[in-house]
Design a protein around this ligand. Structure first.
Ligand code: UD1
Length: 364
């Protein structure tokens, strides 16, 4: 019998830390693996540095689809992915998270009759203005095997009528990567000039915060006002750079705008931060695990367990300076219980289930 062949599809920065633990754990099973990098993210600091630091294998195919409108990018992704699926003939495809590459991989696989495993199933912001919400819903609709990483994911999928026979609650592989990288990372920040005092880390890249000039102005004002309270370090995603600068964001000694950081450097920075201000999805989870207070400048979250279990709060840009002042006065919150199975072992659980599903046998 031929060895089952699992093809992983990754394309954008948040995919890499979710896929790495699964790929690593699957190496203990008698399955072959292929890795496709779609090239949705292509800048070295959004891609190559993560491959190195997470020890991801070199991709078997690099599709270099690059940027474009949603339709243009998704179409380019689908054409290029179809070509590789026909070449690699997967037993199953593993897709991660909620980016355009995830949805494109699920659509192509489903139409070729290839089983789809979705890692990070069931998250819902219930805001279809977010491209990620559309990607999540489409991917979950098409997926055969849904790996759920946060407790609310199970409720959401059951409410949508997904039978329990297709659901597995496995914990969060993003936390696996975090746990793996933690030893020794404090050195990454220790020598930096701002590290002697309390500092905030801010990241902002959502279309709703950076594409519209009014929204970008309000975010820029918020960041300047926060810098009056403490030092702010902003590893700026390329998406928001020009609009935020046009909206009045000005670097200074207290407001440091830096290029996107590698995974180790970034996690080290966040771990020691007094507060994080962000619109990222993954960072809400990472701050929950690290116990760093997090202010999310969005009106919804697909990750409510980061509020109920973790350190996260949803705020408007206008509310940020007062919320930061309160956090500075109150210190880090006491540790609460983490969401179930955010224990660094999610990749092993996913690998074991996936290997069984594709017909592999328990490994070494
Ligand atoms: C994508 C994901 C988002 C995720 C984010 C993490 C979708 C719909 N969005 O958003 O969910 O939170 O990644 O970073 O899949 N660009 C570069 N270099 C790159 C890639 C992009 O400069 O390597 C610039 C281009 O101007 C591009 C823009 O960023 O047009 C947006 O890139 P895109 O991949 O469309 O979405 P992100 O905003 O990065």
């Amino acid at each position: 019998m031929a060895i089952p062949n699992i093809v992983h599809v990754v394309g954008a920065r948040p995919n890499f830390m979710k896929a790495a633990p699964v790929i690593r754990a699957l190496q203990a099973f008698p399955v072959s693996q292929r890795l496709i990098h779609t090239g949705q993210h292509y800048d070295p600091e959004l891609s190559d540095v993560f491959f190195e630091q997470l020890r991801l294998p070199a991709p078997d195919a690099n599709l270099a689809v690059g940027s474009g409108s949603h339709a243009a990018q998704t179409a380019a992704l689908m054409l290029a992915i179809e070509h590789e699926f026909l070449r690699f003939d997967p037993t199953a495809v593993a897709a991660y998270g909620d980016v355009n590459s995830t949805m494109a991989a699920a659509l192509v696989a489903a139409k070729l009759g290839i089983a789809v495993a979705h890692v990070e199933s069931g998250l819902r912001s219930f805001d279809t203005q977010m491209p990620e919400e559309i990607n999540r819903r489409v991917t979950d609709l098409l997926a055969d095997w849904l790996f759920v990483t946060a407790p609310e994911g199970l409720e959401n999928l059951r409410a949508e009528g997904v039978p329990d026979s297709r659901l597995w609650y496995v914990g969060n592989p993003m936390i696996d990567s975090l746990v793996t990288v933690l030893p020794g990372i404090d050195d990454e920040v220790g020598g930096r000039p701002f590290a002697a005092e309390p500092y905030a880390v801010a990241t902002v890249h959502r279309p709703s915060n950076v594409d519209d000039p009014d929204a970008a102005r309000s975010v820029a004002r918020m960041l300047q006002a926060t810098a009056a309270l403490l030092q702010v370090v902003i590893p700026l995603h390329p998406r928001g750079r020009s609009t935020l600068m046009a909206a009045g964001l000005r670097p200074s000694a207290r407001l440091r705008i830096v290029t996107p950081l590698g995974y180790r450097e970034f996690i080290a920075l966040v771990r020691r931060a007094a507060v994080v201000v962000t619109d990222s999805g993954g960072l809400q989870e990472e701050t929950t695990f690290l116990g760093t207070p997090c202010l999310t400048i969005r009106t919804t979250t697909e990750r409510p367990c980061t509020i109920t279990h973790g350190t996260n709060r949803l705020v408007s840009p206008e509310e940020v300076p007062a919320a930061v002042a309160r956090i500075l006065a109150g210190g880090r919150p006491a540790t609460r219980a983490l969401p179930p199975l955010w224990d660094g072992q999610a990749g092993t659980r996913i690998a074991s289930i996936l290997a069984d599903l594709v017909g592999g046998h328990r490994g070494l």
